[in-house]
Design a protein around this ligand. Structure first.
Ligand code: ADP
Length: 362
């Protein structure tokens, strides 16, 4: 067992409900193992600005119920520079921080890899509402975000029903349509539009028309923020706004647009997020103590396990068609096949759910 005297924990990138539960689990597990814990404030910028506080079992009391992150988060460009990295390493040395657990998304894991390469072993824990880290089935925050969207959609649906209206709802997720897709199915949306699957606008409009003719009054349409329309002048417009106008014009159903925006990031984490964050936090500390670094904690078919960060980042680029020359050079044919398997699993999940949304939401 590797003996660390002191580790640091940080949350970085977009915040997600459940990050606090992970901080709590990491802190308490490490303290139980005789390792001190420092909280780094504001993501990687806390390492650059020496904004660091000691964490005790009591300082993480009562945070499991809270949304946001008690350590705050930031997007720190300076950390990406060699100069910024040197400052971060010097801070680790000054504060005797032997290793770091970084909670966030793929950007955060790139930072964790850089730290490891510069001599500070780091472990990543997935925390992002978007569920857009290809290597894992699940990211902490996803369930809470979806339940927030569901509540929002259900409320709009009530009033749509009363007034025979349609509501187009735009939800977050960056380039990943999973929040929109799953909440679309669960809220009974008549149409779902996500970046991963080509959207048949005419079919969606036809569906609303025929459902209206069959007596349906209220409609919800779920659109992911990642779908963007480019007008004749080259301006990018959120597609949800465009679709809203088209539905009203072509179906005659009064149609309103609603953007849930950042509300989806907040709120008390659900049981699933608290539990997953707690399990992942524990595994992160165990990995460090077992002498492992540059790993990301993931969920695979219900099991919390871990994967090499570079492998995970490469799978992510493969899935998003962003592989760069030489990205696969270091990997064997078996490893590349494993990456393709993970990508196919994600695609199949999304395609089958999308198909289902069209079959059962009428
Ligand atoms: P997320 O972790 O949610 O994907 P970001 O992509 O914004 O969020 O990344 C969070 C932070 O991680 C960045 O602000 C930066 O400090 C660090 N980071 C991102 N990319 C890199 C990189 N290539 N090298 C080092 N650090 C990075």
């Amino acid at each position: 067992m590797t003996k660390f005297r002191r580790i640091g924990v940080l949350t970085s990138g977009g915040d997600a409900p459940g990050m606090n539960a992970a901080i709590r689990a990491i802190t308490r597990k490490a303290l139980d193992c005789g390792v001190e814990v420092m909280g780094i404030i504001g993501g990687y910028s806390g390492l650059i600005n020496e904004n660091i506080i000691p964490l005790t079992a009591r300082s993480v009391s009562n945070i499991i119920t809270r949304g946001g992150t008690m350590l705050y988060s930031d997007r720190c460009l300076e950390f990406k520079t060699e100069e910024g990295m040197q400052k971060a390493i010097n801070t680790c040395k000054k504060f005797n921080i032997d290793a770091i657990v970084a909670i966030g998304g793929d950007g955060t894991f790139r930072g964790a890899t850089d730290l490891t390469l510069h001599g500070i072993p780091a472990i990543g824990v997935t925390g992002t509402i978007d569920n857009d880290v290809t290597a894992t089935d699940y990211t902490v925050g996803f369930d809470t975000a979806m339940n927030t969207v569901l509540d929002f959609a259900d409320k709009l649906r009530d009033t749509c029903e009363s007034h025979a209206r349609c509501n187009v709802i735009e939800v977050m997720g960056r380039d990943c349509g999973q929040i929109a897709l799953m909440t679309g199915v669960a809220s009974g949306a008549i149409a779902v539009c996500i970046p991963e699957v080509p959207f048949d606008e005419a079919e969606a409009i036809e569906k609303i028309k025929s459902a209206k003719a069959a007596g349906k009054r209220g409609f919800v349409v779920m659109v992911s923020e990642g779908v963007v329309y480019t007008d004749e002048n080259g301006n990018s417009i959120p597609y949800g706004e465009v679709l809203c106008k088209k539905i009203q014009k072509e179906t005659g159903v009064e149609t309103k647009f609603a953007r849930i925006a950042h509300a989806v990031r907040g709120g008390s984490p659900t049981l699933r997020d608290r539990l997953t964050a707690s399990k992942m936090g524990l595994v992160a500390v165990e990995l460090l103590l077992a002498g492992k670094s540059n790993r990301v904690v993931i969920e695979d078919d219900g099991v919390i396990t871990d994967m090499d960060i570079l492998f995970a980042l490469t799978v992510d680029r493969m899935y998003k068609n962003k592989l760069k020359d030489g990205d696969l050079d270091r990997y064997s044919a078996e490893e590349i096949a494993e990456m393709e398997k993970i990508c196919n699993k994600r695609r199949e999940e999304i395609n089958s759910l999308y198909k289902m949304s069209y079959e059962i939401c009428k």
